[in-house]
Write a protein that binds this ligand. Structure first.
Ligand code: ZN
Length: 474
């Protein structure tokens, strides 16, 4: 930063302090004492961290930053996996950590209005206290915020039944780059009065506006919960099982998670927390779950459906989660992604593709990786019912060069089958050079047109999703 820029920056900080109050604007050691990312391993590098209490303060902050062309990084729980919320030293971070209120629950309309900094788990618990369900669920539930979930259109474990975050958002309030407050707090399921503007912000990764409040759609709380872990002899059986269960338990299926052999062996291995409920040795393990309204009938139907599949030779071993503790144990091994650190250094991927392409895709990347690095490991698991796989690769080398070589393999095999380089994690910094593999030039140009229209100074999360660009001066 040269002297002129430094003076301008000081003037902006002074303006922000005057407008928002000193306790909202953190600088110096108060910034570096904060975590820079979700790992907590690096200090926050931002020029300043703003902690607004109200939408009005978010608006005042953005208006000042807009006038000064100051880049801004919106922050939720910092649990993102693509670097979207990590602020650099020329950026000002705005955290929603003080805006955590659950403002209203309408048990009849089944809506909940919340501030964007509310943690996902607190929203789940508030819904439960009303006998309702907020269905979005992911491993980071305790620390991720609903604002971050909305900004990244988070997916998670129950997408097959309830959709992604987008499907649970009825309305929202967002502050635009220049400080304009867009209040679109719709509570109706049906509202076709013009463009549905909330969708501009859902999944925009903080590049089009800062979400400050959200109206969520709640569901009836399920009264029955069935869950099983199954071993399968081949991938055609995995596909056949999905089809059969969709027919047999219909709309109540809430998860169809698949673990390739290597993943299952890792999360139930000698060093893992969980002993294998089903012996090692099968190529695929499936976690299937259903949520319904009639506890007794649903359990019978679930077990009968699995029994039929077993008779048809689709399933080998099976373990039923009979109690909450047993179901939690099955989920715990699926969620125990920390075991992947035994393979460090690792590169992790989050891809989407047609279920019919999965077997060949995974076999192809494994072969290509093994040809290049003889000791390479490739561990695959994910939300198969949604077409979403997480691929974790270890080649014994964590260098940027190794990463780009691995990316070339994982994404290169995805292109001919029209898969997506991001199923549920977003693009952030990490994947922006690969956006063109999954989106056409026309699609990307329209995204940039929206960006320039809503954020002409290019201050909101610049460089995330695609390279930063400023509109030509007018
Ligand atoms: Zn996932």
């Amino acid at each position: 930063m040269n002297d002129h820029e430094s003076n301008r920056s000081d003037a902006l900080i002074a303006e922000l302090c005057a407008a928002l109050g000193d306790d909202v604007v953190l600088t110096g050691e108060a910034v570096t004492a904060r975590a820079g990312d979700g790992s907590g391993a690096v200090p926050c590098a931002a020029r300043a961290v703003l902690r607004p209490r109200t939408t009005k303060q978010v608006s005042a902050a953005l208006a000042a930053c807009h006038r000064a062309a100051q880049p801004v990084v919106p922050q939720g729980g910092l649990t993102g996996l693509v670097g979207g919320g990590v602020a650099g030293d020329l950026e000002v971070a705005i955290t929603l950590e003080r805006m955590t209120a659950i403002e209203e629950i309408d048990p009849v309309g089944r809506t909940m209005t919340v501030q964007a900094g509310a943690a996902l788990q607190s929203i789940q618990e508030a819904a439960e206290a009303e006998g309702l369900l907020f269905p979005l669920d992911l491993g980071a539930r305790g620390s991720c915020t609903i604002g971050g979930n909305v900004a990244t259109n988070a997916g998670g474990n129950r997408t097959i039944r309830y959709g992604m975050t987008r499907d649970s958002v009825l309305g929202l309030e967002a502050v635009l780059a220049d400080g304009t407050v867009l209040s679109s707090l719709n509570k109706m399921v049906k509202n076709n009065a013009g463009y549905d503007l909330k969708h501009l912000f859902v999944g925009s990764e903080g590049t089009l506006g800062i979400v400050t409040r959200v109206v969520l759609r709640l569901q009836r709380r399920p009264r029955s919960h069935n869950c099983a872990l199954l071993a399968l002899p081949g991938f055609s059986e995995v596909i056949a099982l999905l089809g059969r269960l969709e027919e047999a338990i219909g709309g109540s299926m809430s998860a169809f998670e698949v673990m390739w052999r290597e993943f299952y062996e890792l999360v139930t291995g000698a060093e893992a927390r969980t002993a294998p409920p089903i012996p090692h040795g099968d190529p695929y393990y499936v976690l299937v779950e259903s949520l319904g309204a009639r506890p007794e009938e649903d359990a019978v139907q679930f077990e009968e459906a699995l029994g039929d599949c077993m008779e048809a030779g689709l399933i080998g071993d099976a373990v039923l989660g009979k109690s909450k503790a047993e179901r939690d144990e099955i989920w715990a091994l699926r969620d125990d992604v920390e075991q992947l650190n035994h393979l460090a250094p690792i590169f992790t991927f989050d891809v989407s593709l047609r279920i019919a392409d999965m077997e060949t895709y995974v076999a192809d990347i494994k072969t290509t990786l093994a040809d290049r690095w003889s000791g390479s490991r490739c561990v695959v698991f994910g939300h198969l019912g949604d077409g979403n796989l997480h691929v974790v690769v270890s080649v014994g080398d964590g260098s940027p060069e190794a990463r780009s070589a691995v990316e070339e393999i994982v994404y290169g095999h995805l292109e001919p089958i029209c898969g997506s380089v991001s199923a549920e994690h977003g693009i952030g910094f990490e994947k922006r050079s690969h956006l063109g593999r999954s989106r056409s030039p026309v699609e990307i140009e329209l995204m940039k047109t929206l960006k320039r229209t809503l954020d002409p100074q290019g201050i909101l999360n610049p460089g995330r999703v695609f390279e930063a660009e400023r509109a030509p001066p007018t």
